[in-house]
Ligand binder design. Structure first.
Ligand SMILES: *[C@@H]1O[C@H](CO)[C@@H](O)[C@H](O)[C@H]1NC(C)=O
Ligand SMILES: *[C@@H]1O[C@H](CO)[C@@H](O)[C@H](O)[C@H]1NC(C)=O
Ligand SMILES: *[C@@H]1O[C@H](CO)[C@@H](O)[C@H](O)[C@H]1NC(C)=O
Ligand SMILES: *[C@@H]1O[C@H](CO)[C@@H](O)[C@H](O)[C@H]1NC(C)=O
Ligand SMILES: *[C@@H]1O[C@H](CO)[C@@H](O)[C@H](O)[C@H]1NC(C)=O
Ligand SMILES: *[C@@H]1O[C@H](CO)[C@@H](O)[C@H](O)[C@H]1NC(C)=O
Ligand SMILES: *[C@@H]1O[C@H](CO)[C@@H](O)[C@H](O)[C@H]1NC(C)=O
Length: 522
């Protein structure tokens, strides 16, 4: 034994030899006295490959190689033996016909299977029939087969069924992975994976769980991905939606309603009118409808798989199209200060009446009054500006019609024209107002300079406004809503004129500007 030991050790220092021996003792049987080593090429083999278990550091004077299946040298597990003298590999009892020893001692295993995985032992005899042993691992991985996903329920019902998806077939030493809609699995409490990731459980599926699902399997030598798999989740129907949304229709038009609901499989629809079945399509069409088509229209949706029903009811009111109204006046020519009554006549029920003056919606004043149903318009007293074209307009939810125009003329005595001012007179009044304002401003300034910091600019303005509006009251009408415009207009002039007044220096000029812009907006 010693010579072989020395030859194997070569020129190594003693401590290296000790270390090595310790390692070998730890790794292998106490009789192992060599650094003989086995290497698998490739280290991880795919099923069907040819694998070589190579021998490293074998002694120079080897005579016989013997290979065994497992960590043993029992004859029953011998795969083959090779004698260098005969240059011949002879199969042993455990040989499958695929194991051969090559001239330099390596074991070739052809067309490996997963079952070939495991420990292989080499026993070498030298010329003194001294035995040296070593063993190594052969790792064979299955070539992963085509994968497919199976489900334990082909048409689960939303909110009820849980589904188990399995990535098949199962192979050893394989890791599995899943994708839903091309995304890795999210941390969803409704998703449950088996410990080997091969089985995916979906708890209480929803319509959003349709997928597609894909699974992949991988080991050290191969990778395979399944075809996408989609889950046919039955759901619905949801509450049907009826279109169009309007509920008022004109008599003589066609009623065309459409019903839709989300449902898988598609819902069966039934239309009911006042609870009597009409059609079993999503569309309901009734041409040339009449007043007795008013009522409730129900769309009933049924899903034969989920067994669920949902109904939406819509109330339709059929309106006759309004006819043209007529307009009458107590008198079409009136004197100023007299009164007049205009009447709108319509045969149609349930109408709304609107009055139109000179093609614009009539603006009511204190002199104009409407009856409760708007059918009568009284003007008292009449003014010359009331002359013009009057129309009334009747409408219901589906139609609108205007009357012919009625021309109202208001005659007046020109001599009595209190409210008629020539442009010259207006100019005179404006000049007067500006002068008055200047005087008041001067007075205000005088008071202000005496009582320094006493009054604010805002107060000055509010003091001036009444003078301006009282003037406008003189020139135009009484307290009608329109008066506001006049007031604003005059105030605007006054404010615009202000900066020209050198005597009026407001303590905070910005305040003036803010008020000015507010007035301007009117
Ligand atoms: C490899 O072994 C498999 C069975 O494991 C066999 O079906 C196949 O024909 C073999 N291939 C070759 C090339 O021997
Ligand atoms: C499928 O598996 C789930 C979870 O185990 C179970 O709840 C469900 O009843 C199964 N479905 C069918 C059709 O067997
Ligand atoms: C393969 O899996 C088996 C158990 O299924 C395990 O004992 C063995 O060590 C694994 N082989 C490899 C190379 O991981
Ligand atoms: C399905 O997804 C949509 C959009 O993400 C969501 O609004 C809806 O509530 C989901 N439906 C169910 C039944 O989970
Ligand atoms: C109403 O329906 C009839 C067919 O029933 C069609 O001829 C007609 O054009 C439709 N009218 C309108 C306004 O769509
Ligand atoms: C619609 O119905 C009315 C009576 O209900 C009838 O007079 C009219 O001719 C009908 N119109 C069409 C287009 O059928
Ligand atoms: C009301 O409807 C019935 C049938 O539903 C029809 O026979 C009748 O002519 C309709 N009446 C009117 C006034 O359109």
């Amino acid at each position: 034994m010693k010579p072989h030991w020395a030859s194997v050790q070569g020129g190594r220092r003693p401590w290296q030899g000790l270390l090595l021996t310790a390692c070998l003792l730890a790794l292998w049987t106490p009789s192992a006295m060599s650094q003989l080593r086995i290497e698998s090429v490739p280290p991880n083999a795919a099923e069907g490959q040819d694998v070589l278990l190579r021998v490293h550091n074998q002694p120079a004077n080897t005579q016989i190689y013997r290979w065994f299946r497992g960590a043993t040298t029992e004859e029953a597990y011998r795969l083959a033996a090779y004698s260098l003298s005969s240059n011949e590999s002879k199969p042993g009892p455990a040989n499958s016909g695929r194991e051969t020893i090559l001239p330099h001692g390596s074991l070739a295993v052809r067309n490996v299977t997963v079952n070939d995985s495991g420990v292989y032992t080499l026993d070498i005899f030298d010329e003194d029939f001294t035995s040296i042993k070593a063993s190594g691992q052969l790792r064979v991985f299955a070539k992963l087969p085509k994968l497919f996903i199976t489900s334990n329920n082909s048409s689960p019902v939303e909110g009820e069924d849980s589904v188990v998806l399995t990535c098949d077939p199962e192979t050893q030493n394989t890791s599995y992975q899943w994708w839903i809609n091309g995304q890795s699995l999210l941390n969803d409490p409704r998703l449950d994976l088996s410990t080997d990731n091969r089985i995916l459980t979906l708890l209480r599926v929803t319509r959003n769980d349709t997928g597609p699902y894909e699974c992949a399997a991988s080991n050290l030598v191969s990778y395979n991905r399944s075809d996408p798999f989609s889950l046919n989740v039955s759901y619905g129907p949801d509450a049907p939606i009826i279109t169009p949304p309007g509920s008022n229709v004109g008599q003589g038009t066609n009623l065309s309603l459409s019903c839709h609901t989300a449902s898988n499989p598609p819902a069966q629809y039934t239309w009911l009118f006042n609870e009597r079945p009409q059609s079993s399509t999503p569309e309901l069409f009734i041409p040339n409808i009449t007043a007795n088509h008013s009522g409730s229209y129900a769309c009933f949706a049924h899903n034969s798989v989920t067994g669920l029903n949902r109904t939406t009811v819509k109330t339709i009111t059929v309106f006759e199209l309004v006819t043209q109204p007529s307009i009458h006046a107590s008198n079409t020519t009136v004197m100023e200060q007299e009164s007049v009554v205009l009447t709108c006549h319509s045969r149609d029920p349930e109408i709304t009446i609107r009055w139109i003056f000179n093609d614009q919606s009539l603006r009511l004043s204190s002199r104009t009054k409407l009856s409760e149903d708007n059918s009568t318009l009284s003007i008292d007293p009449v003014r010359r500006e009331d002359s013009g074209e009057y129309r009334c307009e009747v409408s219901n939810p589906v139609s609108v019609k205007k009357s012919e125009a009625l021309l109202l003329s208001v005659s007046y005595d020109p001599a009595q024209s209190s409210s008629d001012l020539s442009p010259g007179a207006i100019a005179g009044i404006v000049v007067g107002v500006v002068a008055g304002v200047a005087l008041i401003a001067a007075l205000a300034y005088f008071l202000y300079s005496r009582k320094t910091g006493g009054t604010s600019d805002q107060r000055d303005l509010t003091e001036h406004k009444p003078s301006a509006s009282s003037h406008s009251r003189d020139t135009s009408r009484d307290n009608s809503p329109n008066e506001m415009d006049e007031v604003s207009y005059t105030s605007l002039k006054f404010n615009a004129a202000q900066p020209k007044e050198p005597t009026f220096v407001p303590p905070a000029s910005t305040a003036t500007e803010i008020v000015y812009s507010e007035v301007k907006k009117k």
